[in-house]
Design a protein around this ligand. Sequence first.
Ligand code: IVH
Length: 675
Amino acid sequence: MNRDEQQASQRLAELRREIHFHDHRYYVLDDPVISDGEYDRLFRELQELEEQFPGLVTPDSPTQRVGGAPLSSFETVAHPYPMYSLDNVFDGDGFQGFLQKTQRFLQHEGDIRFVAEPKLDGLAVELIYEQGIFELGLTRGDGVTGENITSQLKTVQTIPLRLQAGADIKVPARLIVRGEVYLPHTGFELLNSQRLAQGEPLFANPRNAAAGSLRQLDPAVTAKRPLAFFVYGVGEPGILSVTCQWDMLQYLGKLGFRVNPHVRRCGSADEAADSFEKLLQLRHSLEYEIDGVVIKVDSFDLQNRLGATTRAPRWAVAWKFPAIQVTTRILDVEFQVGRTGAVTPVAILDPVDVDGVIVKRATLHNRDEIERKDLRIGDNVLIQRAGDVIPEVIKVLGDARSGNEVVVSFPENCPECAHSLVRPQDEAVTRCVNSHCPAQRLQALIYFAGKSGMDIEGLGKKNMEQLVKKGLVSDIPDIFRLRAQDLNTLDGWGDKSAGNAVSSINSAKKSSLSRFIRALGIRYIGEVNASLLARRFDTIQRIMSASKDELLEIEGIGEQAAASLVDYFSDPSARFMVENLLESGLEITVEDYGEKPLEGRVFLFTGSLASMSRNEAKQRIKSLGGQVVSAVSRRITDVISGEKPGSKLKKAEEMGLRVLDETRFIRLLGEEEVA
Ligand code: IVH
C-alpha cells in the first residue's frame, strides 16, 4: 500500500465507523445525534473515496447494502446448528400442559422464570458474523439447510453490517444470530396498493410479501421493500458469557441488533400467562403482525437440561393467538361505487366471527383479482381481517366446490346509474364516468362534510345516507340550506343535535379557499395540492377557469392532478354548483399562504417509516415549507408515528397533539389515492 492508499484506508475506516454509529442511532435507537446534512456529507465522502480506491471497499461498508449483483439461483448452505421449530399451544390449558411437562422433566415444583416474546409473523433467518462483520445470511429452509440470501439481507437497514464492540462488550470471533425479517403494515399496504394500481397480483398478507421480497434474485428489488428485523436468539449460546435468554437479548441489543420492545421477563408461569393477555390486547395496535407469544425458559442451564426433540426445543412454546383467518362462504357479490367512480367488487359473506368481530363483507379489490383467484358465488373461501384493514378474501378452497358455484360477472354498466363503465387501458380500476351518478354523489357528499372536507359535526356517513334517502340533500348546496326544523324530527335526531349540526354548517360557510377546494373531493386534489392551488390563484373563480398549462406551471402540481381539475370544472354543473354555494352564503376567506403549503406546520417523527427513509421524509416536509423538530413540545402541529414509535408518541398523546400514521402522512405529501 502506498502512502495515499494508507491515508485513504484510515479515513475510510473512520468514516465507516462513524456512519455505522449514526445508522444505529437512527434506525435502531430512533435517536439521531447529527443532522441529516452532516450525515449526507459523511456518506458522500465515503462514496467518493471508495470510488477513488475501489480496492479498499469492504463488505461491511454502508455503501454495500445494495451492492450485490442479481443471482441466477440461490445457493443452499447447511446451518452450523439446526434451526428448530416450536411446539404450539392454543389456549390456557395447552400452556398449563407445557408447564407441567417442563416441571416434570426438571423434577421441579416451584416457579420457573420465563421470557415472553411476541411471536413475529415474518420469516426466520440466520445471520453469521465473522470477527464482527456480517458475512452470511440464510433462510431457515428445512431447518438443516437454508438458502444463501446474504445480499438480500444486507438491504435490510435494521440488520447491522458490523457489530459494535464496547467497553464492557466483546464481539465474539463468530456469532450466529437468529431472528425474524418482517414487513410492517404500512409497507405492506403501500406495496399492495401499488400492485393493485398496476394490475399485479396482491400479496395475501405481510408475511408472504416479506417472503416474496427476500426471495428476489435481484437484491435491488429487495432494497425497495421496507423490510425490518428483530433478533430473538443465537445459534450457540454456550460461547457467550451470559447465562440466560433475558441477558442475551440485552447483550444482542448492545451489539447493535434490534430487540423487540415488548419482550418481558416473567418470574412465574402466571406472569407469562399475563404477558400473553397483554400482547393479545396490543396485537392490533402494533405496526407489524404477530401471531402469538413465544414463552421461553429463561435460564440457559435449565434450557440445556430440557434439550430438544427432533423438531423443537422443550424449553419453549408458541402460544398462538386466535386466528384472524377463517373460512366462510361467499353468498353474493355486490359492486360498490366510490366517490371517484371506482367500482369495487365486495363479497357478501356468510357472517363469521374473526378474532372477536363479526365479518359480513370483504373487498375483492377489482376484476383482475376476481379472475386471478377464480372466485365464484357459493365458494368456500379463506378470509382474513388484520388490524383496521378491510377484511379480504385470501383464497378459494377449491376442493370444497359442489359444482353449483356461479361465476362472478363484472357489470358492463354502473349498478347505480346504469351508465356504461370504463376501464382505462393501463389501469386496473373500472370506473363509472357519469359525474351525476347518485352513488358517486353520495360518496362526494360524505366526503364534503367529513373530516377531510368541511368537517361538519353530525353529518357523518350514516346521517348523510339518511338525509339523502329522505330527499333532504341531493347535492352539496343542499347541505348549506339545511335548517334545524328539517333535522330535528328525523329518526335519531333531536333539537340539540339538529342545532349543533346547523351551527356547524354555518361555521363551515366561512371557509378558506384551500379547504373548500379539497372538500370537493376532486381526484388527486388533496391537502397539499389544494394549498398550492389556493396560494397561486387566490379565488375559486380563477381556479375554475385555469387551463391545464397554467396549472402545470405550479411547482408540485403534476399531470394527473392538472388533468383531473380541468376535467372536473369542464362540467358546467360543477361550476353551477360553486355559484350556487356562493349564493347560499359560502364565504371564501383569503389565506395568508406564505411561501409553502406546509408553512407554519411543525413536524415530529417517532418510529421508522416503511416507505421512505426519515431523511427523505424530512426533506420533503422542508421542501413544502414545514419544519421538523426532534423534541416533543406544544409547538408541534403534527406527530408522524411510524413503526415502533418511541416514548415520544406517548408524550405527544398525553399533550393532545395530532398524530398521523404513515398512510395519512403519505397522503398529506403525495395526494395519491390510497386504494
Ligand atoms: S424462537 C428454538 N422466538 O416462530 C427456538 N421464534 O414456529 C426457535 N418466531 O421459525 C425460535 N418470533 O420464525 C422464536 N420471538 C421468537 C419468534 C420466533 C417468531 C418464529 C420463527 C420460527 C417459528 C417457530
